[in-house]
Each structure stands twice: as structure tokens, then as C-alpha cells.
Design a protein. Sequence first.
Length: 482
Amino acid sequence: AGLVLLVGGLVAGAWMLFGPKDTVGEVDFDTELTIPPLAESSLDDHGRRVFDLTAQEGSLDLSEGTVDTWGFNGDYLGPTLRAERGEEVLIRYRNELGTASTVHWHGMHLPAAMDGGPHQMIEPGGTWEPTWTIDQPAATLWYHPHPHGETMDHVSRGLAGMFIVDDPAQQVELPSDYGVDDLPVIVTDPSSSRGEIEPSREFGDRVLVNGTEGPYAEVSTEVVRLRLLNGSPMRVYQFRLDDGSPLVQVASDGGLLPQTHEATSVRLSPGERAEVLVAMEPGETRTLRSIAPDLGQNFISERFSGGEDKFDVLQLRAADELAASPEVPVELAPDIVEHAGDPEAVDEAREFRLSGRQINGAQMRMGHADEVVTLGDTEVWEVVNNGGEFHSFHVHDVQFRVLTVDGREPPAELSGLKDTILTEEGVTYRLLMTFTDYADATVPYMYHCHLLRHEDQGMMGQFVVVEEGQEPAVGERAEHRH
Ligand code: C2O
Ligand code: CU
């Protein structure tokens, strides 16, 4: 047996030396994963849950040295905001950067004036206090700046954080001890040179999780829940476990999937989220990796061709004894897609053609309402990607249901609620959504490509939600707050 082991060891050693190697992005997992703190909050006289969020400058230690960064309430990224469905929240935002910025609540259903898009710019030293009532299923949302033409710059420097929505009425029991068996996994890929983040580099040479380079996480339970968020500006990840065992996906952007989905890999384009469960054996070590994303044969980026885009992302280290975890049912939220409306009662259908850096042949115009939606309507948005490359299509304010992908039923990972979807070249997606609240003819919401370079280049449009018969009145100029 000793000889077999020895020979086996030699073969394995030789294979590691001479066999096919994943040379890109291999890391030593020598740093414990940073868990973004849960943001502190208090209740004000009106019963609102109040958070403080300050955009500020900071620095981050990376293997090549210390780099200057931006963060919320800290050096890089931001605290995790957490609130319950039914609660009213108030965020006291303060801009301590040297430049105007915004903060947008990605995936949140809320009034357009609270949305934090390019129309709600906050000047340096300025403050802003958006408030709204959380009314949507439990989900992993996030927040980040949205200044017109500069989103990639601000996000790449580190301005992003998670926003967890809980729903007290949710029946399913999942691992939910934040930072213990329920881990935020915010994946970014900043490049740096001479102590600075290079905010215009589209693809960094390594990935960070929650700002940690080479992270490991100690696992003390049988099952760990990972809230995966692709917070990178351009890179698509395809996550899998190193041993090929399944990632059990339980949620997508807007909440639980109807049923659990055993996936060999989970692909996320910028802005997308997925919640997955990983079952661990005592004492075991496993690695979450990202392999070259499968984007169809028409995918043209050189960066990904040849399968070179591989990264070690996060190592999970199980303790020798693991506490029991809740049993995960197959049925999670069979009715969740009803949130998007009744596909048999559609009031309006629209088409969105993605091509070049344009949507329907136009670029972002701050003073123009490209689409006018009537409050209460259920709509089908048909998104046609005929532009020769993939795009990541995101709609503000709503969570949509994917009705069809090229006329067929969507795959399991697209069976729940989404706010961002990777659209492959040549493919048509029919999305169902309902605009239930918040008419405002003067302030638009955005829809855009969430590849941040494309968004900054103007691949964005605006819609307003109006009362029946009302005319849109979107101003030319962004409102600037001091
Ligand atoms: Cu994540 Cu319009 O943004
Ligand atoms: Cu795009």
C-alpha cells in the first residue's frame, strides 16, 4: 500500500508539474475571509430603521503593496445593510469623496427619486436621505454608485456593498447566521499600479472576495450558504467547486428559486447574484473556483478564448466537528414568480434591441423618457441581443420573471426572480414584470447594460412610471445636491 501511495504521489506530483495547469489566478489561501460588518441601525421617532452610509477614501493592503481605495464607512466595499420586508428604512448618505457621486439600491423596489441613479448626484460634502418601505421577497441585493459616465470608476475603486432583505413570512429554513454559516461573497477584480486602483482596466489579474486576497473561511456547520455577488465591472464568472460536486442554488437576484437547483456551475455576469449551499464533511477543504465562462460560440472577447480565465476564489475549511444544518427542501418558493405578474394578463409589450453600445438605436439621454409605463401595468419586455457580443441587461425598480429564452422555457437558474440577466449574442429573452407602485412623471428609472464600461459609454435608457394618461416631464439636467 505504501508503494502504491508513493507511486500515486509521484504521478500526482508529475501531473502537477507537467500536466495541464490552471496558471491564471492560482493563489495561496493564507488570509481569513473578511466579513463585511452588518451596518448598525437605529429606529427613529417615525419607526424608520436608520442607517448611516459615508462614501470615503481609504486604502487596502494587497500582495503588491498598499493601494488607495474608496469605500462606504471604511476602506473598501461597505457594510452589509439588512432590513425586513414591511420596514421603512432611511439611509443617511454622506459624500466625503472629492467628486460628486450617487448611491443606487440595485434590485430594490422603490420610488425613482430614491433610486440613486444618475439623476440623484450628491456633490462632495453633500448629504442625501432616501427613505422607502421595503416591499419585496427576501433577497440578496446590493448598492453602488451610479454617476453617469463614471460608474465603472467609482465601483472599481471599491464603492459597493450588500443589502440583505429578510421576509419574516418566509417559510423555508436556510443557514442564516451571518458570517458563520451565511457568508457574503462579493467578488471583485481590481487592478492596481503604483499604489492606485486602475479604475479603467476592465479585467484585473486576480479576484478578491469581500476585499480579501487569497481568502479562506472556516466552516463550523454541515452546510454553508454563500451569497455570491459579481461586483466586478466587466468580468463574467462561472463558479464551481474544485471537486466538481454540486452547488445547490437556492436563490437568484430577487429571492428564492421556486425549487432547489443542483448546479455543476453558476454563471454570474456583473450585477447578478446567486445564493448557493455547499455541504461539507468534517475536516474537509474545498475550493470555490471560477472557470472560463461558457458564453456560447459567438463570444468574442480574446480574454476568455482558450479557456484562460480561471481563478481560485475562496477556500472553505471545515472543522473536525460540524454543527447540524437545516434540511433543505426541494420546494422553496413555488409561487415566487407571481410577484412579476400574470403572463395571461399583459397590458403592454416592448422590444429592446441591444447592439453596439446602443439600446433601440439610441444612447443614454438624461432629459428623455425612452419608455413611458402606466402605473399598475404588467408588461413583457422582449430583449433581443443582436449586437455580436454578450451584454448584461438590468432593469431598475422591478424584479422580473424570465418567460422564455429564444422561445423556450428558461433553465432552472433563471426560474425565479431576476433584475439582471446575461444576454448571449443572437438570443431573445422575454421578461415579465409589473410596475405596482410609485408613479412619478418627472424622475426616470434606468435600464442598461451592467457591463460597466458599456453603461458608461451610454448603453442605457430611461423609463418613467406615470398615472394613466399622464405625460412624462423628465428634465434635461440632473438634480445636484449640496
Ligand atoms: Cu447595479 Cu443601474 O445598476
Ligand atoms: Cu453591454
